[in-house]
Design a protein around this ligand. Structure first.
Ligand SMILES: [Zn+2]
Ligand SMILES: [Zn+2]
Length: 385
């Protein structure tokens, strides 16, 4: 444990602080380094974790990463884990969405009962919804099966092709049904639903002082202590179209659970249509360690970060200029995936145990492509794939 020495200075800053000259630093404390904000969006796509680690090594400063679920990247770099002796986060219960009748509701009947009971006792409740622009999970209206891509397992948005791999989605794979309904919604719609159920005097956004607060990831630091928190749509997080989806889901939902103050009968309700999912088992257990070990072994097997390397090439302009070059990067150990098009861009991603050679080749290629007039963005270790 380290305390701020009397006469010392505590500097609090956004990720950019990792690049500032800071004089004689005693300790870096990085809160929730797995958050998206901890990585720059444009080239060079720097990650706070790596920047600070390298800097701390040179400047001989200690680094502490703080959060309930360490990232596999931090663990792979040999960080020592300090855990509380009891649960890392309070009690978690899973609400099985399959019990719900179809009808397009985001908050299950059982969850509403829990919220109502907490409100009656004067308790504070937080309802967590996925951030804006995140596609909710969809299920078949007829058989209640989750809709997912047969090729890659990702959860689709409203379209008819997979947003990760481009495969056609087709009808429900279990019953052939063609009608689907979302299991989650944005802050506005979830709040409306709760107002209808509980009355508008009880429901509001973060900062409204209401008993039932509805918010998303960016609201998490401002949530007061609760007696009950709710994760509305765990499936949208678990089936997000990238290889880190599960890990990120557990981290985020553990933070939702941590808004609950210790005490009898207090808990976090997480809604899911796949209650047997291992990520939810980990959340129920209150400890991330075993779960992360299993996930790490899987990434190692698949040569995915932190065990392998991955990079994305994103091209705006005529993709045919790059296509042949990129295909040539493929070797026995390096796989090239793509191209995928969307949003006016074409993307490839490259994956293998080591991408050193590919990087060397790529440097020359990128120069040539840029000279030919296309815009190129290289993302080392993309979080959206
Ligand atoms: Zn897919
Ligand atoms: Zn079905």
């Amino acid at each position: 444990m380290t305390t701020v020495r009397s006469g010392g200075i505590l500097i609090v800053g956004t990720p950019e602080i990792a690049l500032w000259p800071l004089g004689d630093l005693g300790l870096w404390l990085i809160i929730e380094e797995g958050r998206r904000a901890m990585k720059a969006k444009s080239t060079p796509t720097l990650q706070v974790r790596d920047l600070v680690r390298r800097r701390a090594l040179v400047e001989r400063t200690a680094v502490v990463f703080l959060g309930p679920v360490p990232t596999l990247d931090v663990l792979a770099r040999g960080a020592a884990v300090v855990e509380p002796s009891g649960r890392v986060w309070p009690l978690v219960e899973i609400v099985d969405r399959k019990e719900d009748q179809p009808g397009g509701r985001s908050v299950a009947a059982r969850t509403v009962l829990g919220i109502r009971a907490a409100v009656r006792k004067g308790g504070q409740v937080f309802v967590f919804v996925s951030r804006r622009g995140y596609a909710p999970a969809f299920r078949c209206v007829r058989c209640r099966e989750l809709r997912r891509c047969i090729e890659c397992g990702s959860g689709p948005d409203r379209g008819d092709t997979c947003r990760r791999c481009g495969a056609a989605l087709g009808p429900c794979r279990k019953c052939g049904g063609r009608r689907f309904e979302p299991l989650g919604a944005g802050i506005g719609r979830v709040a409306e639903e709760l107002v209808r159920q509980l009355g508008k005097e009880y429901v509001g956004p973060i900062g409204s002082g209401k008993q039932v607060l509805v918010g998303s990831e960016r609201d998490l630091p401002y949530v007061p202590e609760t007696v009950l928190s709710v994760g509305v749509d765990a499936d949208s997080l678990l089936m997000a179209p990238n290889y880190r989806a599960e890990e990120d889901a557990v981290r985020l939902l553990a933070r939702v659970a941590l808004t609950v103050a210790a005490g009898r009968g207090r808990r976090c309700l997480i809604q899911s249509a796949q209650p047997e999912h291992r990520a939810l088992a980990a959340l129920r257990s209150g400890h991330p360690r075993e779960y992360l070990a299993g996930l790490g072994a899987e990434r190692e097997h698949d040569h995915l970060p932190p065990s392998g390397e991955m990079l994305a090439i994103e091209v705006t302009g005529d993709p045919t200029i790059c296509a042949t070059d990129i295909a040539e990067l493929e070797t026995d150990s390096i796989q090239v995936h793509g191209p995928e098009t969307g949003g006016g861009r074409t993307r490839w991603f490259i994956q293998g145990p080591s991408l050193h050679e590919a990087r060397v080749l790529l440097r020359r290629m990128v120069q040539r492509w840029r000279d030919a007039g296309v815009k190129v963005r290289i993302d080392a270790d993309p979080i959206d794939l």
